[in-house]
Design a protein around this ligand. Structure first.
Ligand SMILES: *Cc1c(COP(=O)(O)O)cnc(C)c1O
Length: 480
């Protein structure tokens, strides 16, 4: 499998390899990597075979077409098995019926309690495997608004070929989220609290990646959600659920709480593989750029609004560029023009036929904090279930859609992705239900553990010096 950039020009030859895509994150022209051509969809007979597999074996089958021969079959099978055996539920991604035709898929059974573990645990092993084979050391650098940081750190633990440095905005992540990063005691893990916002952290990371000599000298690699390998690994739970509840004659629908469009785009990829999937309901919070787009108001940036679902507090959904590429018949020039209007004019519109095509497979709903809190309260009162504010956005969108009649003639099961454990967001859960959710046993002493974090100003030169020293192993984090 070869990969091309969403902003490709005619002259980009035969594309990039899976290894390059895994390590590079972003293409040189600023675009995102996508497969040069989609693999042939699975046949009916193959789907029947896939439906009998457990999660780890399914992961091998669904990722193999994208990895090709970059990883040997036995090694890939071993990685998948090791990775998902450590999750705390035997089904890995269990489905629970919530109402008539309505299911919740629990994606919080990994080590850091968000869906991001499902991909990052796997990608961490891929990084380790490929760097070990190349005899290299890799420095993983990222910015986080909460959940990516801890999931990435946990994925790099005990992997000697990797160092990881994560920037978070000081005082702007929840205590549980911060401690899941800073209480990890490993010499190759470095947390930096930046005096600034998430956007400042992301700008620092971008600037370090843009400095090519710096980037090359430290072998920097990215773990943010634009990394193709994360997208690929997330297709597995879509396939797992679709094969469990659907069939070629009865495809399923998914409701997906969305920020960067990474998770829901993975569902699109699963559908392209021929899995029995009908459509996707995108849930946003008050940061509703996608809801406005699907309502026909164009794609227009506005100010980020802080909400009870911080991992969805995003205005520009980076991975949406991958869908735009498909909608524009894989024309990199058309995508470049749209992104230019977004960067320079704050937005763009797509042609009516493109919007129609997008709406065949996607719809979107905005769920504000009040509605999400109400959904959480009812889930607790009527079903004895505590749900986190992100999952609540998806569930509320599904309920509202069904109530508005989208559900008429709907025989397709609706599967809502529960993207985080309620104990990750105890304040919002307590506000909705008056119950403070307990952390799972493995994390029960989290609030008592010592933290290791370095506070730095929002100053590129200072942060760069720290990153250089940390990557070289010359820096041992201080105990705060
Ligand atoms: C990251 C995250 C999201 C948003 O996922 P995207 O891939 O950015 O759309 C939703 N919920 C939770 C709990 C998250 O951590």
């Amino acid at each position: 499998m070869r990969y091309v950039s969403t902003r490709r020009t005619d002259g980009d030859g035969d594309g990039a390899s899976f290894e390059d895509v895994l390590l590079a994150g972003l293409a040189r022209d600023g675009g995102l990597f996508v497969p040069q051509s989609w693999p042939a969809p699975f046949s009916k007979g193959e789907l029947e075979e896939l439906a009998a597999l457990d999660y780890a074996d399914l992961a091998v089958r669904l990722t193999r077409p994208f990895i090709g021969d970059a990883v040997a079959p036995e090694a890939l099978a071993r990685m998948a098995r090791e990775c998902y055996a450590a999750f705390d539920h035997p089904a890995v991604a269990p489905l629970a019926q919530y109402g008539p035709g309505l299911w919740l898929m629990e994606l919080f059974h990994g080590p850091t309690l968000s869906f991001k573990d499902y991909a990052l645990q796997f990608v961490g092993r891929l990084f380790d495997h490929i760097t070990a084979r190349r005899g290299q050391r890799l420095t993983i650098l990222g910015a986080t608004s909460g959940d990516t940081g801890s999931a990435a750190i946990e994925a790099c633990l005990g992997r000697d070929s990797l160092s990881i440095i994560i920037l978070h905005p000081e005082g702007r992540v929840s205590e549980v989220q911060r401690r899941q990063m800073t209480c990890v005691d490993a010499p190759n893990v470095h947390n930096v609290a930046i005096a600034g916002t998430f956007d400042d952290c992301q700008a620092l990371v971008k600037a370090m990646f843009a400095d090519l000599p710096f980037r090359d000298s430290l072998n920097l690699a990215a773990v943010n959600s634009i990394n193709w390998a994360r997208i690929m690994a997330q297709t597995v739970y879509y396939g797992y659920a679709a094969l469990a509840l659907g069939s070629p004659a009865r495809p399923v629908s998914f409701a997906v709480p969305t920020g960067n469009f990474g998770n829901v785009y993975s569902g699109y990829v699963a559908a392209r593989l021929g899995l029995p999937i009908r459509d996707f309901l995108i849930a946003t919070n008050a940061n509703d750029i996608l809801a406005r787009f699907f309502a026909g108001a164009g794609y227009r940036k506005s100010e980020v609004i802080a909400s009870i679902s911080p991992s969805m507090d995003i205005q520009v959904a980076s991975n949406f560029e991958r869908l735009l590429f498909e909608l524009h018949d894989r024309d990199g020039g058309a995508v470049r023009a749209l992104i230019e209007s977004l960067d320079q004019g704050g937005g763009f519109d797509v042609a009516a036929d493109k919007l129609k095509q997008a709406r065949d497979q996607f719809s979107a709903r905005r769920v504000d904090d009040a509605r999400a809190l109400d959904c959480m309260a009812r889930a607790w009162r009527d079903g004895g279930k505590l749900i986190d504010p992100h999952s609540a956005a998806g569930l509320a969108a599904a309920e509202d859609g069904m109530a508005d009649g989208d559900g008429e003639n709907r025989r397709a099961p609706m599967i809502c992705l529960a993207t985080a454990h309620p104990a990750k967001f105890p304040d919002a859960v307590e506000r909705a239900t008056a119950v403070r959710p307990a952390l799972p046993a493995a994390l029960s002493d989290l609030l008592e553990r010592a933290e290791r974090v370095t506070q730095l100003p929002n100053d590129l030169a200072v942060v760069k010096e720290f990153v250089g020293a940390a990557a070289a192993g010359r820096y041992e984090g201080k105990v705060a």
